[in-house]
Design a protein around this ligand. Structure first.
Ligand code: PRX
Length: 641
């Protein structure tokens, strides 16, 4: 493995939970966390049985708590129980508090906003569920959702779940080719989209992109289109495309949710791995919902009338677990944000700690009354201590808890995190595991567990928890290979981490060929595959380059078939090609045209050396396996030009 051990952080700054963070706390002390955590590890069956009964409403209660192992990759939770996730997230709250606001929607323009009550949301979801059933969508079918952050996106997810269909939300920043691959992989017969999205004042032509994506995909029978902008030039294909407002509003607002087995799939979400095409990470109903709900409640210390704003897009797992399922399962009021941090200016999204935002100066957050905030969160990439401190001081005004939450699409919910009301925090540390999570640091080469504190290793988890992904959709072998084969008996995260002298975890980042650009997960292999479609490219290697604003940026090294062609044009074409195949989120920031790539004698590209070159390092370590050592110097000259 291409991995070098780093130093264990030493940090003397410890913040005790503030008075504000303790408001209405579910846990009264750090000791209570430790006691509950110990129970969850010592006797997981009793712990999760109690939590599942307290948290979820069951149609048929389960008898069996868990079964299966990482070795056999056959994990099941609450397998003889039946429930409906939409009922849990919507009906039970609509019955009790019909007028409570479920969604505050904030559109791209500051003037655009709406509130939707739990009862209104339930009625809308039922209408859509009835419509989907009327066109033949049934339990187990996959439905693709390619939408902006509008209330109908949440209705679409929950209407699928209500009728037992599996949703596959595709982020609106993916291209038609990426959307096509995902629609084909899950054999979606129905796509729900909008005419257009608007973000940061820019229009995203969602319906046109869907048209291109499914041009040759004959099994897509219906495209349901929400009118978001009302753009008159939208083309509707006869017998396939229908307007949401025409078809859905005429449906009945009554619908009986379909009772689902705990292990029936709830959704799939595509994510990049270190090899090949993106995989459909599949989550099952009860375990996922329970874990999303509980982490939401404890990590953010949710109290009855709180408004919870998670600014993630529903196209990512954070949007699934902490915009939709976790908060709604708790009956919370959510914020649905359909804009960007910088529109119309940097004050719009000040809640998110971001270097670019900090550069805009402190004046923006200081202008606003932030006194209602109790808990601040961070997710998706390592937060450095300076960013952490800025967020804590300037946004939290030293009164809020700051939780750096570590998790992955595959884990379904947060796995390493402070509990905002009780855990003392250190700037830059994800701190301690959530209930039921037993982390382990492994020696990357031997796979042996490294015990004690003050150590580094690759991060793994020792035993199954309710929301671990159950399979890669349509490819269970790939599931086994990706997560359970490299370190038998463990779930391998793909990240490395340090455990400091207090036993706190500090996440270091990926040790595989996954790169993280502004929290968006991309694989170098996927980008390299995209470049194969550019006819002038003979060979390419992609790496993540450290970037002050986005954490990492995409850096392409390409060998041209004909080195005499216009180099500037070639670079532009390379960028265009990646955007076409994957989408604007994968735009390369630097492109280097090189005569060759550093390879081992057996022809394997040594990306480690490319990473060193772009970060200006001069110590390349052992180069004896390199077939042509002179290439290092040649590339160095090109990079430094
Ligand atoms: O490398 C870790 C990083 O994001 C990866 C997971 O990406 P994704 O599945 O897209 O989910 C992102 C949101 C949960 C991880 O393997 N990551 C996530 N959270 C953190 C993090 N790195 C450091 N600190 C975090 N808090």
């Amino acid at each position: 493995m291409d991995f070098e051990m780093e130093d264990v952080p030493v940090c003397d700054v410890i913040y005790q939970p503030t008075e504000k963070a303790k408001y209405n706390a579910h846990l009264s002390s750090f000791d209570e966390y430790k006691k509950l955590y110990d129970e969850s590890i010592r006797d997981p069956e009793s712990f999760w049985k109690k939590m599942a009964h307290e948290t979820l409403s069951w149609d048929i209660p389960f008898q069996k708590v868990s079964s299966g192992s990482f070795q056999d990759a056959n994990i099941k939770w609450f397998e003889d129980g039946y429930l409906n996730a939409c009922y849990n997230c919507v009906d039970r709250h609509a019955n009790k508090n019909p007028n409570k606001v479920a969604i505050y929607w904030e559109g791209d323009q500051t003037s655009e906003s709406r509130s939707i009550s739990y009862l209104e949301m339930k009625n809308e979801i039922c209408r859509l569920a009835n419509y989907l059933e009327s066109i033949g969508v049934k339990k187990g079918d996959c439905v693709a959702i390619y939408m902006p952050m509008i209330p109908e996106a949440v209705y679409a997810m929950l209407a699928c779940v209500r009728i037992g269909a599996i949703h596959s939300v595709v982020f609106g920043g993916f291209s038609d080719e990426a959307l096509k691959d995902r629609i084909i992989d899950a054999k979606c017969r129905v796509v729900i989209t909008a005419d257009e999205g608007v973000r940061g004042g820019k229009v995203i032509h969602l319906k046109n992109i869907v048209d291109q994506a499914i041009e040759s995909v004959e099994f897509v029978k219906t495209v349901l289109v929400v009118k978001r902008t009302g753009e008159p030039s939208i083309q509707m294909k006869a017998d396939r495309d229908v307007w949401y407002h025409e078809k859905v509003s005429t449906q009945s607002k009554d619908h009986k949710p379909v009772s689902m087995n705990s292990e029936d799939l709830l959704f799939i979400l595509y994510t990049s791995g270190s090899t090949g095409k993106p995989k459909g990470v599949a989550h099952s109903t009860a375990g996922y919902l329970l874990y999303a709900s509980l982490t939401f409640k404890y990590v953010f210390n949710y109290a009855e009338n709180d408004i919870f704003g998670c600014m993630a897009d529903v196209g990512w797992i954070t949007g699934h677990s902490y915009v939709v399922y976790g908060p709604l399962c708790n009956g919370a009021t959510i914020v649905l944000f359909d804009s960007t941090p910088f529109y119309p200016d940097a004050s719009r999204y000040w809640q998110v700690v971001d270097k670019a935002l900090r550069k805009a100066g402190d004046a923006f957050p200081l202008k606003y009354d932030l006194s209602s905030l109790r808990v601040l969160g961070s997710v998706g990439e390592p937060i450095n201590p300076e960013a952490w401190q800025w967020y804590y001081d300037k946004i939290g005004r030293n009164k809020c808890a700051l939780v750096d939450t570590y998790w992955q699409t595959e884990t379904g919910g947060i796995v390493i995190t402070p509990i905002s009301s009780v855990t003392p925090t250190k700037p830059g540390a994800a701190t301690l595991p959530f209930f039921g999570i037993e982390p382990a640091l492994l020696d990357p080469h031997s796979g042996h567990e490294i015990s004690g504190n003050g150590v580094c290793g690759v991060l793994a988890i020792k035993s199954p928890w309710p929301s671990i992904t159950r399979t890669v959709y349509g490819d269970h072998e790939r599931y086994k290979m990706t997560y359970f084969t490299q370190y038998p008996g463990y779930y391998f995260t793909g990240d490395s981490a340090a455990r400091d002298s207090n036993g706190y975890y500090w996440i270091r980042g990926r040790v595989d060929d996954v790169i993280n650009v502004s929290g968006h997960r991309l694989s170098t292999a996927e980008i390299e595959n995209a470049l194969i479609n550019y006819p002038e490219c003979a060979e390419a290697a992609v790496i993540g380059k450290p970037d002050e604003i986005t954490g990492q940026s995409i850096c392409v090294f390409c060998i041209l078939r004909n080195p005499n062609i216009d180099k500037e044009k070639a670079k532009t074409d390379i960028i265009k090609q990646v955007r076409k195949s994957i989408g604007p989120i994968a735009t390369p920031k630097s492109v280097y045209l090189v005569p060759d790539l550093p390879k081992t004698r057996s022809g394997k590209i040594m990306r480690r050396l490319l990473r060193k070159i772009v970060s200006g390092e001069t110590n390349f370590g052992d180069l004896t396996t390199l077939s042509d050592p002179s290439i290092i110097n040649k590339i160095n000259i090109i990079v430094s030009q």
